[in-house]
Every structure is written in structure tokens, then in C-alpha cells.
Design a protein around this ligand. Structure first.
Ligand SMILES: [Zn+2]
Length: 106
């Protein structure tokens, strides 16, 4: 792991002030689908930061499972495991953030 990468707890506030600078001006809405976040469907989550769409996905998974949708159960389990295991979840979290950054703007 490169020494300059700051390891931030996904449960905390990963967007440090320095990093916020990047997108402060003209923050644009992007869409990330359930599938792109490890889920089974194409439900779109719209947000200006990766954290927003990750939180939306977390909510979406819980809602679907609460409705009795079994296809979202494994993704919800994975998501919960990530919060419990920040080190193991970090790779996924970084990837989601990078994917989000690389998305075209809406
Ligand atoms: Zn979904």
C-alpha cells in the first residue's frame, strides 16, 4: 500500500477537507446503478459524491430485502460486512469511489 494514501474509515467522514476541494466547484450529479455497487438490479442512485450513492445503495438494499426481495440479500450481507470490517471493506470502498469519479456526468 502506498504510504501517501490516507486510510479512512468508511463509517466516518472519508471526504477530508482537502479532498473536497476537487469537486467543490461545479459539483455534478452522477448516477451509479445498484449493479455497479455490487447489487443485482439496475436501480439508479444519483448523487454528487461516492458517499451519497453508497449510502443510497445501503438504503436501497435494506428496503428491497425488507420487501422480501431475496436477490438483494447477498449484497446487503456484503455491505453490512464492510461496515463491520473496515480494513477488508476498504478495497471495495476505494473501488466504488474510483468508479464514481470515473463516471461521466449526468
Ligand atoms: Zn437493486
Amino acid at each position: 500500500m502506498p504510504c501517501c494514501v490516507d486510510v479512512t474509515d468508511p463509517r466516518g467522514h472519508p471526504e477530508t477537507p482537502q479532498r473536497m476541494k476537487e469537486g467543490r466547484e461545479g459539483r455534478l450529479m452522477k448516477t451509479m446503478r445498484c449493479q455497479q455497487l455490487g447489487g443485482p438490479c439496475e436501480f439508479p442512485h444519483i448523487g454528487t459524491t461516492a458517499d451519497e450513492v453508497i449510502k443510497a445503495q445501503d438504503r436501497h438494499l435494506k428496503e428491497r430485502v425488507a420487501e422480501g426481495d431475496v436477490t438483494h440479500e447477498p449484497a446487503l450481507k456484503d455491505m453490512k460486512g464492510r461496515w463491520k470490517n473496515p480494513i477488508g471493506g476498504m478495497g471495495w470502498y476505494r473501488r466504488a469511489k474510483r468508479d464514481f469519479r470515473d463516471l461521466p456526468e449526468d
